[in-house]
Write a protein that binds this ligand. Structure first.
Ligand SMILES: Nc1nc2c(ncn2[C@@H]2O[C@H](COP(=O)(O)OP(=O)(O)OP(=O)(O)O)[C@@H](O)[C@H]2O)c(=O)[nH]1
Ligand SMILES: [Mg+2]
Length: 529
């Protein structure tokens, strides 16, 4: 059916009132006629263009109807984006390869945030640290509120060099040399001169402060300067497209010669934001390289180890991963490996679409995978995607029994996952959707139980069950299955898997099974249409 505006211009019916109204007057001069004809031709070309756009949009929607749509849902930090990376690695490895350099910004940010968290925690416990000192950091007696300033050691005012809080990357590197970061003037061995742990920590704090001060600038670079309430210790919310910004930075860095030359300030391009970002990344890399020994010393420090063992210092999985591998990360030629990319952590903001071409039984089908932000403040953005989705993978981290939501410190994370799963299972819009449950982070569950953490301490209904992996998995699985059973009017099947989505080999084989099952459901629903 033609669009209304075309019918009014082209209508040829002589009795049509609009045609009558638009008929040229009998006294129309030649020049007026030419102008009128030109105007009508212009209007027709605009109208034809709009018609063509509408036709293309209809085509696109028709094709879109044939695409498989898959939503990844679950609370923050459950592993949705990590699972999305595994899909990407399997079906579009070249795009992950292209993004590889951009992940360096995220890894640096993860390292800097982790150092900040360690130093802040040490500082906040400094009043209680006397026993740590007197026991050489190996006491089992825990902390006492002795009121000493032991861990932080000399107060800031007694520091030989004031800590650097400059927001300028350039000033920060300058202060690194002044503060003795330069390995030719000071090395980490000077830290070890004193046997006093508080002195050691204070010294490390001072030396690492310029690097730690880069935290906000790295966050701004990743988020494009958009700060969102609820960006927690995990870091920063990023929208889709953040890689493009970071890739631009990385490629211009490569052009500069492997972090080599710095902008002189004479080149007008040096004033551009990209160059400011280049310079900042260059400085962070140099700081990391020069601080490598200090980071290793801090990370291996008996007080830090003891605080982790006593659970006074809680670190996220990515913190431990990158601090353990700091010597590789701090090298000037560091490029994140696939494993690093799978471990790197940034919070997803809103809903991000990823597309893959999947070949199945001779058919090439486009899969649209939607990765969502799982924090509470992000969940309202999911709803528009419920309309025509074919399948959902719900990711629930069952290692999180001893953790609480960052957005609500009173809610246990397993409870939150179960509540969220209830709302998904009971949503009428989703009643025919193929549902898959990933009970994720089983590797972390295993190591937490091996370290003696007791589930019953955090989840009272676990009671006196055996505190081992099989019992725990059975218990958590039963709870999720029960939620599904109670909210399953349509008698749909729930497919569940025990996963550790950082493990590429097993995850990719699970993805293969999930893909086949989703595709069977998709073919059935396509046959019904
Ligand atoms: N060890 C281990 N780490 C995991 C696993 N799954 C995810 N992670 C890590 O957990 C962190 C958070 O994972 P993400 O995939 O970013 O979490 P998300 O669900 O996308 O979080 P939001 O975007 O905030 O909703 C990352 O550092 C991952 O590497 C797992 O099975 N085992
Ligand atoms: Mg995410």
């Amino acid at each position: 059916m033609p669009a209304p505006h075309t019918s009014s211009i082209n209508s040829q019916d002589p009795d049509d009132p609009l045609t009558l109204a638009m008929r040229p007057s009998a006294s129309e001069t030649e020049s007026v006629r030419r102008v009128r004809l030109q105007r009508e031709a212009d209007e027709k070309s605009v109208s034809d263009r709009i018609d063509e756009e509408l036709r293309q949009e209809r085509e696109r929607l028709k094709r879109r109807k044939l695409d498989v749509k898959l939503l990844l849902l679950g609370q923050a930090e459950s592993g949705k984006s990590t699972l999305q990376k595994q899909f990407q690695l399997l079906y579009s490895p070249q795009t992950l390869e292209k993004e590889r350099a951009s992940w360096r910004t995220v890894v640096y940010f993860n390292v800097v945030r982790s150092l900040k968290h360690i130093l802040d925690t040490l500082q906040s416990w400094n009043d209680l640290a006397e026993e740590y000192q007197s026991s050489g950091g190996s006491s089992d007696q825990g902390y006492s509120s002795s009121g000493s300033n032991a861990i932080a050691g000399p107060s800031t005012s007694r520091h030989r060099y004031p800590p650097v809080a400059s927001s300028s990357a350039h000033r920060a590197t300058e202060s690194i040399s002044k503060n003795g970061y330069d390995s030719s003037t000071t090395s980490s061995s000077s830290v070890g001169k004193s046997d006093n742990p508080s002195y050691q920590i204070a010294n490390l704090r001072r030396r690492l402060s310029p690097l730690v001060a880069m935290d906000t600038q790295l966050a701004d670079l990743l988020s494009g300067g958009v700060t969102v309430a609820g960006s927690g210790r995990g870091g920063v919310f990023v929208r889709s497209g953040w890689q493009a910004r970071a890739i631009e930075n990385s490629s211009s860095l490569t052009k500069m010669g492997r972090w080599g030359k710095r902008a002189t300030g004479k080149d007008p391009e040096a004033q551009s934001p990209i160059n400011a970002a280049d310079e900042m990344m260059h400085n962070v890399q140099r700081m990391l390289e020069l601080s490598n020994d200090d980071i290793e010393t801090l990370w291996a420090h008996p007080i830090v180890k003891k605080m982790i063992a006593d659970r006074k210092l809680k670190l996220d999985e990515w913190s431990e991963f990158f601090l353990n591998g700091i010597s590789a990360v701090s090298r000037s030629d560091y490029v994140p490996t696939v494993d690093d990319i799978l471990r790197a952590r940034i919070q997803t903001m809103g809903v991000v679409e990823h597309t893959f071409n999947v070949d199945l039984s001779g058919q090439n089908i486009l899969w649209r995978l939607y990765d969502v932000g799982g924090a509470r403040g992000q969940r309202h953005t999911w709803i528009p995607y419920f309309d025509d989705v074919h399948a959902i993978i719900f990711v629930a981290p069952i290692s999180a029994f001893d953790q609480y939501l960052e957005e609500d410190a009173r809610t246990n994370r397993i409870d939150d996952s179960l509540q969220l799963f209830t709302t998904i299972c009971s949503n009428p819009l989703l009643k025919n959707v193929h549902l898959v449950l990933f009970l994720n982070k089983t590797d972390i569950l295993q190591s937490k139980l091996a370290s003696g953490l007791r589930i019953g301490k955090y989840i009272t209904s676990f009671g006196n069950r055996a505190n081992n992996y099989d019992t725990a998995v059975q218990y958590f699985r039963a709870h999720f299955l029960q939620v599904h059973r109670k909210n399953n009017q349509n008698k749909r099947v729930l497919y569940s898997h025990l996963t550790s989505v950082v493990d590429t080999k097993t995850t990719q084989s699970i993805i293969g099974n999930v893909r086949d099952a989703i595709f069977r459901g998709y073919l059935k629903s396509a046959a019904l249409v």
